[in-house]
Design a protein around this ligand. Structure first.
Ligand code: FES
Length: 209
């Protein structure tokens, strides 16, 4: 249940009870997979990023394939229009919920270069959009940097859009916070840390390995 619904259940219990009862009892004949695929169509149509992030992974968990999830996103097109569909595709790709396009060319060493090390700010986060996925680069010293996947380990939101606290980044979706010097989760305690992407500095350039 979202934080907002939890809040409503506490502050307006009479109203929230009916609302939650409706959610619980209104759908009787559809199986979970179909229900969650239809939820994707409605979330894309309404244009709610939070709703998509909350419900789309449930479709995969309920047995939907990535192709079926893409179909659901595209089915929203007549009502949602192109922009909402494209926004949803960006979010779904970030969350690894859509099929990869076929015949991606093998990466060359140029493809693996993230840029000159000195172009990244020292001891500050730097978000980077890459074909492999969004990344966060944290330059720890003049001659060293750590590269992280920008996918929030909680629910895969893009941490490049998170709040930059200098040595840490806070996810804007549910406020998990990560230490950028180590990748460890600071809040909540015991949460999963950031995925480190192997990299190397060569001739002043930062490369993926
Ligand atoms: S997606 Fe939930 S904290 Fe980031």
């Amino acid at each position: 249940m979202s934080k907002a619904l939890t809040y409503l259940a506490k502050t307006r219990p009479e109203a929230a009870t009916h609302l939650l009862g409706f959610y619980k009892h209104s759908v009787q004949a559809l199986d979970d997979k179909t229900r969650h695929l239809i939820q994707i169509v409605t979330k894309v149509t309404v244009g709610t990023e939070r709703g998509l992030r909350q419900y789309a992974p449930k479709a995969l968990k309920a047995g939907a394939s990535r192709e079926e999830i893409l179909d659901a996103v595209l089915m929203a097109f007549p009502a949602a229009g192109l922009n909402k569909v494209l926004d949803a595709i960006d979010i779904m790709r970030e969350m690894d919920l859509l099929p990869e396009p076929p015949d991606a060319a093998p990466a060359t060493s140029d493809d693996k270069c993230l840029g000159a090390l000195e172009s990244f700010p020292l001891q500050r986060m730097h978000g980077l959009q890459r074909p492999e996925g969004n990344m966060i680069i944290f330059r720890t010293a003049q001659d060293a940097a750590i590269v992280y996947s920008a996918r929030c380990p909680h629910s895969k939101a893009n941490l490049c859009r998170g709040t930059d606290h200098g040595h840490s980044v806070e996810c804007r979706v549910h406020n998990w916070t990560f230490d950028l010097t180590t990748g460890a989760c600071l809040e909540p305690k015991g949460g999963a840390g950031l995925e480190v992407i192997p990299s190397v500095v060569r001739d002043g350039q930062l490369y993926l390995v």
